[in-house]
Unconditional design. Structure first.
Lengths: 350, 164
């Protein structure tokens, strides 16, 4: 597989990577919106959800996109037009940059970054910039308040997220996501290698903290203070319409998918199956079919994790602003620091 | 190395334009956004030097945290839309000799210590492990000193923020 890929010229590989990246961002986003936002939410509220477009409303998504594309691209009169127009692009491009480090199979990766996890955390923090720009440039008090709330929240929850990942990095001994996948699937639990060693078991605290931080980074309920519709209309997105609103919308759900990909790589073993099942010793022994099977396994794990995110979203009421900040600084950060200490002590001891 | 040199030139030109716009633009938020461009350019230069860890740190710390806090602070206090008058200090021209002096000192220092030295053409990636070995080896004392400065800053912030 790798030999086949290397025979393609560099520009061809780049084109393929761009295409693959677009698929890896847009396919999960569409699936999440249809499965969870349209159908699961409706079932939890005892209604059917969209049923008209296509069988069981499965074409609803295309109808929605068509509707948004037809709408006028509105610009408030006193808005700062350049910053206003570029803001959704920055939010969306941070999602596309984020997917670049996720490995989907032994050879199915976009880039094999040495500092993969670190890069993912850095790039995800760029979207805050786009949100602040959107909030400020809209010339609207609700938008500005929403942008400021979002910035405060995202800064606060970025820290526990980084600290939760540190535990995994210590245990795997690498920041490369591919190496983290291999370390989990080639590992063993006290000599028994039937399951590999998914870090969900040893880093359970880190997993919980990471998922809470992801929920907050995505501004999903109960952390939806920045777009609280009962107080701020729609926060920093208030003035956006048509295609630019669609970009924010895609960005929100695509980022949910990509963060779920990263979480499944860090804690659930990523694309791999335990290597002992097929007698593989390391990454070089892995059979070629894993380049097809890996992405499917990743997709399944991603859907499972997004299911949890959405389940929480549709179940809980919103945090108050002070509760939200206190929870990050006084609960999550100390707990994740203790987790790091415990992990490093155990790493040295074993 | 030709491609790297061309890329360096383009990125450097963008950074210079961005840096000039930071001080000439008539809007605080626009100035901050131009500064983001300059810092992103620095990160791109680090990538060209195959120092990916430093580049990622640049993005995480400067763009993701420092600039976001800058913007957060200005938007909380005063960040009006449109052009703002009297944004420039009246004694701004005093900065010109100071910056020229800094430029001269840096050129002197760089040429006298590196001179005709060239970057190795066959550049290997600097691994994160090497960086951490360096930080926790020969550079341990400066690292501790920096941590101490940061600790002092944190305590200072707490003292300022306390109400009692």
């Amino acid at each position: 597989m790798y030999a086949l890929l290397s025979s393609i010229p560099y520009w061809g590989q780049t084109l393929l990577r761009l295409l693959g990246g677009a698929v890896a961002v847009l396919l999960p986003a569409g699936t999440i919106v249809y499965l969870f936002l349209f159908k699961m939410m409706s079932f939890m509220q005892s209604r059917l959800g969209p049923m008209e477009a296509g069988p069981y409303g499965s074409m609803q998504l295309f109808a929605e996109v068509g509707k948004w594309l037809q709408k006028e691209d509105l610009l408030p009169e006193r808005a700062d037009s350049f910053v206003f127009k570029i803001a959704p692009l920055i939010v969306l491009s941070s999602t596309f940059l984020l997917v670049a480090v996720v490995p989907f199979g032994p050879d199915a990766w976009f880039t094999n970054f040495e500092a993969g996890v670190f890069y993912a955390l850095a790039v995800s923090s760029v979207s805050v910039l786009g949100i602040l720009m959107a909030g400020w440039s809209s010339a609207n008090k609700y938008s500005l308040l929403g942008g400021l709330r979002a910035a405060g929240q995202l800064i606060a929850y970025e820290l526990p997220m980084i600290l939760a990942v540190v535990g995994v990095v210590i245990q795997a001994g690498s920041m490369n996501l591919q190496n983290i996948v291999v370390a989990q699937n080639a590992g063993s639990i006290f000599g028994w290698d039937g399951l590999g060693n998914p870090y969900l078991l040893t880093q359970f605290v880190g997993f919980i903290i990471f998922m809470i931080a992801v929920q907050a980074e995505l501004t999903q309920t109960p952390f939806d203070m920045p777009i609280a519709e009962s107080e701020l209309v729609s926060g920093y997105m208030t003035e956006y319409s048509g295609f630019r609103f669609l970009m924010f919308f895609i960005g929100e759900f695509a980022t949910a998918g990509v963060f779920a990909f990263i979480a499944s790589v860090l804690f659930l073993g990523g694309w791999g199956v335990p290597f002992s099942w097929f007698g593989w010793a390391g990454i070089n022994d892995v059979d070629n079919w894993m380049n097809i099977g890996g992405p499917l396994i990743m997709l399944t794990k991603m859907l499972g994790l997004v299911f949890i995110i959405m389940w929480v979203r549709f179940s809980y009421p919103r945090f108050r602003e002070d509760q939200l900040q206190r929870f990050a600084w006084k609960v999550l950060i100390p707990v994740s620091l203790v987790n790091i200490m415990a992990t490093s002590v155990l790493k040295v001891a074993f | 190395m030709v491609a790297q040199n061309i890329a360096f030139g383009i990125i450097a030109a963008i950074m210079v334009v961005g840096a000039l716009r930071v001080v000439t633009v008539n809007n605080v938020v626009h100035a901050a956004l131009w500064l983001v461009l300059v810092l992103a350019g620095a990160a791109a230069q680090y990538v060209l030097l195959t120092a990916e860890f430093v580049a990622v740190t640049q993005v995480l710390v400067y763009i993701g945290a420092v600039m976001v806090l800058f913007l957060f602070g200005t938007m909380l206090t005063r960040a009006q839309l449109g052009k703002e008058k009297k944004l420039n200090n009246t004694t701004w021209y005093l900065g010109i000799p100071a910056s020229l002096l800094l430029l001269g000192v840096m050129i002197m220092a760089l040429t006298s210590s590196f001179g005709n030295e060239k970057l190795p053409t066959n550049t290997e990636l600097v691994s994160t492990q090497e960086i951490s070995d360096q930080i926790f080896g020969p550079y341990l004392l400066p690292f501790w000193a920096l941590s101490f400065v940061l600790l002092a800053a944190v305590i200072g912030a707490i003292v300022l923020a306390r109400k009692d």
